[in-house]
Design a protein around this ligand. Structure first.
Ligand code: DQA
Length: 145
């Protein structure tokens, strides 16, 4: 069994720290990725982090994950609420997936209440800030034991 966990971030998440800090906080994507790497080291698995603003690129990475990685932690950003293609790519990958949102999407605009990704996700973490990524990795550590 592979010991790689893929941490994927979708559109606008490269702007973390600058983007609406009252909603998303002051940590940058580099801070989040560093935290994920440290968490992976502590748990004894390899964490690979990727971010893109391009849906096709994200779909390619998910296809390449099939049979290669043990789990995916994904914050799909706004694609959560729009992308059947991302849902289908994750379903096709057959990789256990945890969906993470920094903000509590259920407390926000109605268009953020529906997720195409939740239909295929093992679980959803929302509203715990960037700590949500660590919670997801901790859960994989438990699942993969
Ligand atoms: C988000 C929530 C989405 O609704 C939004 O489009 C994002 C970030 C979050 O992490 O809270 O880009 O996924």
């Amino acid at each position: 069994m592979s010991s790689i966990i893929l941490v994927l971030n979708g559109p606008n998440l490269n702007m973390l720290g600058l983007r609406e800090p009252t909603v998303y906080g002051h940590e940058t994507l580099a801070d989040v990725e560093q935290m994920c790497q440290r968490s992976g080291q502590a748990h004894g698995f390899t964490v690979e982090c990727q971010q893109t603003n391009h849906e096709g690129q994200m779909i390619d990475w998910i296809h390449q994950a099939r049979g290669r990685v043990a789990g995916i932690v994904i914050n799909p950003g706004a694609w959560t609420h729009t992308s059947v293609a991302l849902h289908d790519a994750l379903a096709a990958s057959e990789v256990p997936t945890l969906e993470v949102h920094i903000s509590n999407v259920h407390k926000r605009e109605a268009f953020r209440h529906h997720s195409y990704i939740s239909l295929i996700a093992v679980g959803v973490i929302a509203g715990f800030g960037t700590h949500g990524y660590k919670l997801a990795l901790d859960h994989f550590a438990k699942l993969l034991k």
